[in-house]
Design a protein around this ligand. Structure first.
Ligand code: ADP
Length: 455
C-alpha cells in the first residue's frame, strides 16, 4: 500500500529544497529595497509548480524502473530490458538497463560455468569404479556415487552410515578419523553375502571452516579378487606340498625297510623297489606337470605364431598313445575331415592338450570301449572333441574340473597315475589360444571334452 503521508513529506522536502534558494534571493532583494514584498512573494512561489512536476516525473520513472527491474530479474531472456530500451526520461534509465544487461550476462555465464563444473565433477564422481561416500560430522551420508548405490540397494542421503556398514573396526576408524587428528586411515573388512565381499575402506577427513563442517570421504576398494588370488596361491602351495609329501613318505618308508628289516630278504627288496619306482615316477610326473603349468602361465600373454596342421597333430597324438591304449585293450578312433585343417597355434602345447584329454579318456573309460577324437570346422570355430564311453562325471563336479588338484575320485586318479593337473594345463593352453573348453558328461554313459579354437 502506498504510504501517502511519507510520500507527501518527501515531496514537500523536495519542493522546499528547490524553492529555498529563490526565497533567500527574494529576501535579500526585499531587504535591500530592490523588490517589493508582493513581487518577492510571487517570485518565491514560482518554483513550486515545476518542482512538484519534476518530483512526480522522477517518482514515475523510478517506479517504472523498479517494475522493469523486477520483471528483468525473473525474465531469463531479458526481453523487458531490450523491449523498453528506447524510452526517454529525466533519469539515464537506458544506460542503467544496458549496464544491468551486461551484468546479467556475466552472471548468467558464471552460473552456467559453475553448473557445468558441478555436473562434470558429479559425472566424474559417478565414473569412479570404487564406492565413495561423503559423511558429515554425525556420520550421516551427505553424498555418494553410483558404485556405492550399486553396492547397497536403497542407499539414502542423510542415513547414518551404520545403516549399511556396521563392521566394528570400520566404525572405530570412522570415529577416529572424524574426532581425532588423523587425516587418513584405512581398514580391511568383509561384507557378508555380497558379490564384493572383501573391501578396504580408505578414509580422508576434509576439514571445514568450522569443526562442525568437517567431512569424511570413505572409498571402498574391492579386494575380493586379490584375496581370492592370494588364497589360491596359498592353497596351491599347500596342495603341491601335500601331493609330493605322500609319495616321498612312501619312498622313505620303503628305503628304511630295505635297509632294515628286509635287508636279507631278496623277495621283499624286489617288492619295495617296485613301490619305490612307482612313487618316484609319480613324483616325477607331478614335478613335470607343475613345471609345465608354470611355463604355460609365463607364455600366457604371448600369442602363438606357427601354422599347424591339426589332422597331422591329432594323428601323432593317437600314435603316441597307441601302446597305452593297447595295454588297456582300448582303441583310439580318429574322425578327421578329408581336407586338412590348419590353424595358428603352438604345436607342443596343443599336443599336450590332446594327449592329456585322450589319456584321461583312456584312463576313465570302460574296458574295451573306444575313444574317439573328432575334428570339425563349425562356423568360425574349429572344434576338437575327445569322446569316451566311460563312467561319466556328475554335474556338480563339471565347473571345478579344471581347478588345480581337483579330482572327482582322488584314489581312482592316483590308481591310474593322475596328478590332478592335466585339465588345469588344458584350460591354460586353450585360453592362450583364445579358445575355450566345453565339458559335457552323462553319468554311466561317458564324457565329451571339446576344445573350441577360433579359425
Ligand atoms: P588327473 O590327473 O587326476 O586325471 P585331470 O586334471 O586330468 O587330473 O582331471 C581331473 C579329474 O577329472 C580327474 O581326476 C577325474 O576325476 C576327472 N576326469 C577327467 N577326465 C575324465 C573323463 N574323461 N572321464 C571321467 N572323469 C574324468
Amino acid at each position: 500500500m502506498l504510504n501517502t503521508s511519507g510520500f507527501m513529506g518527501k515531496m514537500l522536502l523536495f519542493v522546499a529544497i528547490i524553492t529555498a534558494p529563490v526565497v533567500i534571493v527574494s529576501y535579500w532583494l526585499v531587504s535591500h529595497e530592490l523588490l517589493s514584498i508582493e513581487y518577492a512573494l510571487l517570485l518565491s512561489l514560482t518554483p513550486i509548480g515545476p518542482a512538484v512536476l519534476v518530483y512526480n516525473r522522477l517518482l514515475l520513472e523510478v517506479s517504472a524502473l523498479t517494475e522493469r527491474m523486477g520483471l528483468a530479474a525473473t525474465d531469463p531472456l531479458g526481453k523487458h530490458i531490450e523491449g523498453n530500451a528506447s524510452r526517454g526520461g529525466l533519469l539515464p534509465v537506458n544506460e542503467f538497463f544496458l549496464t544491468m544487461q551486461q551484468y546479467k550476462r556475466v552472471l548468467a555465464k558464471m552460473f552456467t560455468d559453475v553448473k557445468t563444473q558441478q555436473e562434470n565433477s558429479s559425472r566424474l564422481f559417478d565414473l569412479l569404479p570404487n564406492a565413495v561416500f561423503v559423511l558429515d560430522k554425525k556420520r550421516c551420508i551427505t553424498s555418494f556415487n553410483q558404485a556405492a548405490s550399486k553396492l547397497f540397494e536403497n542407499l539414502t542421503l542423510s542415513d547414518e552410515i551404520t545403516t549399511y556398514l556396521r563392521h566394528p573396526a570400520l566404525l572405530k576408524a570412522i570415529d577416529g578419523a572424524l574426532i581425532g587428528s588423523a587425516l587418513n586411515a584405512s581398514v580391511e573388512f568383509e561384507l557378508p553375502n555380497r558379490q564384493v565381499h572383501y573391501v578396504e575402506a580408505h578414509m580422508v577427513k576434509v576439514e571445514g571452516e568450522n569443526p562442525e563442517d568437517d567431512q569424511l570421504i570413505i572409498t571402498l576398494h574391492d579386494l575380493t579378487s586379490a584375496k581370492k588370488t592370494e588364497k589360491m596361491r596359498v592353497d596351491f602351495i599347500a596342495n603341491a606340498s601335500h601331493e609330493l609329501r605322500t609319495p616321498l613318505a612312501i619312498l622313505i618308508g620303503s628305503i628304511e625297510t630295505v635297509l632294515g628289516p628286509a635287508s636279507e630278504d631278496r623277495d621283499a627288496q624286489a617288492r619295495f623297489l617296485q613301490i619305490m619306482k612307482a612313487q618316484s615316477d609319480r613324483m616325477s610326473r607331478l614335478i613335470d606337470d607343475l613345471l609345465s603349468l608354470s611355463q604355460i602361465e609365463m607364455d600366457e600373454h604371448t600369442r602363438p605364431s606357427k601354422s599347424l596342421n591339426l589332422n597331422e597333430l591329432l594323428t601323432s597324438v593317437s600314435d603316441m598313445l597307441f601302446a597305452k591304449a593297447a595295454s588297456l585293450e582300448k582303441e583310439i578312433q580318429l574322425d578327421l575331415p578329408k581336407t586338412a585343417i590348419s590353424i595358428i597355434a603352438d604345436p607342443n602345447q596343443l599336443t599336450q592338450v590332446f594327449t592329456n584329454l585322450t589319456d584321461n579318456a583312456l584312463k576313465y573309460s570302460r574296458e574295451k570301449a573306444p575313444v574317439i577324437i573328432k575334428l570339425s570346422a563349425v562356423k568360425q570355430n574349429i572344434e576338437i572333441s575327445v569322446i569316451d564311453q566311460g563312467e561319466g562325471i556328475s554335474l556338480e563336479h563339471l565347473p571345478r574340473l579344471t581347478e588345480r588338484f581337483y579330482r572327482v575320485d582322488r584314489d581312482r586318479s592316483r590308481e591310474v597315475g593322475g596328478t590332478g593337473l592335466g585339465l588345469a594345463i588344458v584350460k591354460h593352453i586353450v585360453a592362450r589360444h583364445r579358445g575355450h573348453l566345453e565339458i559335457r558328461s552323462v553319468l554311466g554313459k561317458g564324457s565329451v571334452f571339446t576344445v573350441k579354437l577360433p579359425n
